[in-house]
Design a binder for this molecule. Structure first.
Ligand code: FES
Ligand code: FES
Length: 161
């Protein structure tokens, strides 16, 4: 495997970043180890659990399946950025109020995925919410409260509550 070192520049949570990275370093390891953005979690490390979900150029991606070097020139948003900007404040409150998290390991990825669905607009039905979350594993909650929280935010954003 290559140990090549590459220079990359990107924008992370609105801040310009210039770093040297190993060519083989994953995006989530780069965010956690090099930028100390530890809100993105590492679970399965092979694209199954969704714990590492972040946004790159507006689309959610698996941070364990993308290399940091592939993000040269990109705009990356992590749970820290989504949280600090207030973009998901209503989702975070709904998760707290409805007990949609327990250990919280899955939560950053689920919030990013939920926001990805909700920013499409409208009020998705529960089946659509579950389908959109199907790539995010939660070992604690049984998902019901998570779907409740997302549904309530969708309704509130649409002015139906
Ligand atoms: S750690 Fe990336 S999908 Fe599980
Ligand atoms: S709250 Fe523990 S894995 Fe989801």
């Amino acid at each position: 495997m290559s140990d090549r070192i590459l220079d990359i520049t990107l924008t992370v949570n609105g801040e310009p970043v210039a770093e040297r990275v190993e060519a083989r370093k994953t995006l989530v390891d780069f965010l956690r180890d090099d930028l100390a953005l530890t809100g993105s979690h590492v679970g399965c490390e092979h694209g199954v659990c969704g714990a590492c979900t972040v946004r790159v150029d507006g689309e959610i991606v698996r941070g364990c399946l993308m290399l940091a070097a592939q993000c040269d020139g990109a705009t990356v948003e992590t749970i820290e950025g989504l949280s600090d900007s207030g973009e998901i404040a209503d989702l975070q409150l709904a998760f707290e109020q409805r007990n949609a998290l327990q250990c919280g390991y899955c939560t950053p990825g689920i919030l990013a995925t939920a926001q990805d669905l909700l920013k499409q607009g409208g009020v998705p039905d529960r089946a659509t919410i579950r389908e959109h979350l199907s790539g995010n594993y939660c070992r604690c909650t049984g998902y019901h409260a998570i779907v409740d929280a997302i549904e309530s935010v969708a309704q509130a954003r649409a002015g139906k509550r």
